[in-house]
Write a protein that binds this ligand. Structure first.
Ligand code: CP3
Length: 333
């Protein structure tokens, strides 16, 4: 059993596995080298060989305990025939939704369109470097995908005012997303993913009254589905205030926390294994501060099953030497 699974399933507290959200990406010069020659990000995600190579890049440098497959949560809207582009210095830009067209897509069309992702997972899983380490597959949570699909770009601070106006459209999309996210989860597992993480990056945008409809129940369905396939699932509802109610309602196997919550409160109130928390900006400071901050989390979760990670993705301006230092701090703890 890998360290990661041992913490999640057997609730081990004497080991601290580490992996980092967005570990494969823009802060690594070897990624930027490949990216320079591949201006179409979607195509890059669908290049089996390059996606495999990029996934393994951080593992060649650092003693991480898991690989997260190089892909994107927006590959699902792409698979559903919504136009998805990544514009430089802007982020994702999506096309209009044609609900009739999306409603007609079947499993075969969807899988065919994004199949190289599954091939890449398969080759990552079989790479020698992943012996005794975990391969993590992922999806965006229905809510966060809905936000991108309707808003068509990052909502940054606020959703557009008329976001909830077309209630029928929203309900239709949520049903379609549930179906295809399950297909995407199933195929990642079939190809070798041993853990699934559900990213709900925009969970913090909703008011309490809307959590049940848009977050709790659609995410619970995916969690239950993943568990039914005997694969542990980690949820990351970034910015959700009430992690305790989230855990009790959605029942993930482990919870990934963001950098704005108080880890002491989490360690007291939450019984399931915890992942993450440290502010990615700490990696932009100096090694002494990094040590202090990393130790803070390790100390707080000393008697709690804990997977080291950050409270959001690693920032592009991070010095890879700081990442190296962080991995060593966690391993030497
Ligand atoms: O974690 C990993 O290393 C695996 C790969 C991964 C990417 N995106 C690659 C990527 C994962 C797990 C994601 C998840 C993702 N994508 C999320 C959830 C996590 C989060 O950060 O909140 C979201 C919201 C997206 C959507 C997305 N993709 C945005 C907003 C952007 C642009 C801004 C940014 O962060 O780069 C992307 C592009 C993207 N996805 C890049 C990478 C490496 C950068 C592409 C580039 O080089 O321009």
């Amino acid at each position: 059993m890998t360290m990661l699974k041992d913490v999640i399933i057997n609730k081990k507290t004497d080991i601290n596995p580490i992996w980092i959200m967005r570990q494969a990406g823009r802060y690594l010069p070897e990624f930027r080298e490949i990216r320079k020659k591949n201006s179409d990000f979607i195509k890059l995600c669908l290049n089996q060989n390059l996606a495999t190579e990029i996934t393994l890049q951080p593992l060649k440098r650092f003693d991480l305990d898991a690989a997260i497959i190089f892909s994107d949560i927006l590959m699902v809207p792409y698979g559903l025939n919504q136009k998805v582009e990544f514009k430089k210095n802007f982020g994702p830009l999506l096309g209009d939704i044609n609900i009739e067209e999306i409603s007609e897509i079947n499993e075969d069309d969807f899988v065919k369109k994004i199949n190289p992702i599954y091939e890449a997972i398969n080759s990552v899983r079989n790479d020698e470097i992943l012996k005794n380490k975990s391969t993590i597959g992922f999806v965006g949570a229905p809510w966060t995908l809905l936000v991108y699909m309707i808003n068509k770009q990052s909502p940054k601070i606020k959703l557009k005012d008329n976001f909830f106006d077309d209630d029928i459209l929203i309900r239709k999309i949520l049903i379609i997303l549930e179906k295809f996210l399950k297909i995407h989860i199933k195929n990642q597992i079939k190809s070798g993913a041993q853990i699934i993480q559900i990213f709900d990056s925009w969970a913090g945008l909703l008011e309490k009254k809307d959590l049940l409809n848009y977050i709790y129940s659609p995410t619970l369905n995916l969690v239950e589905y993943t568990k039914s396939l005997n694969i542990p699932v980690i949820c990351f509802p970034r910015g959700i205030n009430d992690y305790k109610t989230y855990c009790e309602t959605v029942k993930p196997d482990a919870i990934c926390i963001d950098y704005e919550v108080d880890p002491i409160k989490i360690s007291k109130n939450i019984k399931i294994p915890v992942q993450g928390g440290m502010d990615p900006k700490v990696l932009l400071t100096d090694k002494e501060n990094l040590k202090k901050e990393a130790k803070k989390y390790l100390d707080i979760f000393k008697d709690h099953p804990y997977i080291f990670n950050l409270g959001h993705g690693v920032l592009p301006e991070t010095d890879p030497n700081m990442m190296d230092c962080l991995v060593k701090i966690v391993k030497d703890y």
